[in-house]
Design a protein around this ligand. Structure first.
Ligand SMILES: Nc1ncnc2c1ncn2[C@@H]1O[C@H](COP(=O)(O)OP(=O)(O)OP(=O)(O)O)[C@@H](O)[C@H]1O
Ligand SMILES: [Mg+2]
Length: 176
């Protein structure tokens, strides 16, 4: 865990999973910690596991229904226990036009929880306080999840997530 010293808090941690289920479990742990008005930006190549992670996050937020990539509609809305969940996929989004059409301000800055695939395609529209998860493929079933917390709330959330994950499996220790 690395913590920045500037006044805008940032920190980062790296996690590893060795199956889709483990990534879902990681997402579930994260989802249980997310409050209303938060945004998680997912970045990673096709098939890296963004949707799989979001399945877990949605479950952790209290939504037990099916979660699939909303590629053709840009955004799916699920009912979380405490707030609506907006599952956004920007893979096919060209420029900011489509985002303005769907009213991205309500989605990115409202009281719901926004989970955004291909978030790097609209980085300039994202709220400054957010969690970023970069997923890299490590072999067939291995994934590295590099998580960066932007802002004070997300920094403390990431600390709690890292502690939980470490406790759950002492061998899967997040490191810098
Ligand atoms: N450790 C792992 N974590 C997540 N997914 C894994 C892992 N190992 C294998 N997989 C497989 O990788 C695939 C990930 O697919 P997923 O749809 O989540 O990717 P994605 O990043 O959302 O892709 P896209 O950009 O097309 O939306 C699934 O088939 C999943 O079973
Ligand atoms: Mg996907």
């Amino acid at each position: 865990m690395e913590t920045g010293s500037e006044s805008f808090h940032t920190s980062s941690a790296i996690f590893h999973t060795s199956s889709a289920d483990e990534t879902r479990e990681f997402g579930r742990a994260l989802g249980a910690l997310l409050g209303p008005g938060s945004l998680v930006a997912f970045v990673g190549e096709l098939g890296s596991g963004k949707t799989v992670a979001i399945q877990g996050v949605s479950a952790g937020l209290g939504y037990e229904g099916y979660v699939s990539s909303p590629s053709f509609v840009i955004v799916n809305e699920y009912e979380g226990a405490g707030a609506p969940i907006y599952h956004v996929d920007l893979y096919r989004v060209s420029a900011a036009d489509a985002l303005h059409e769907i009213g991205y301000r309500e989605i990115f800055f409202g009281d719901g929880v926004a989970l955004v695939e291909w978030a790097d395609r609209a980085s300039e529209l994202l709220p400054p306080e957010r969690l970023e998860i970069r997923i890299a493929i490590e072999g067939r079933n291995g994934r590295e999840l590099a998580v960066t917390a932007l802002g004070e709330d997300m920094t403390s959330l990431l600390e709690r997530l890292a502690a939980l994950w470490k406790e759950r499996d002492p061998h899967a220790r997040p490191h810098d």
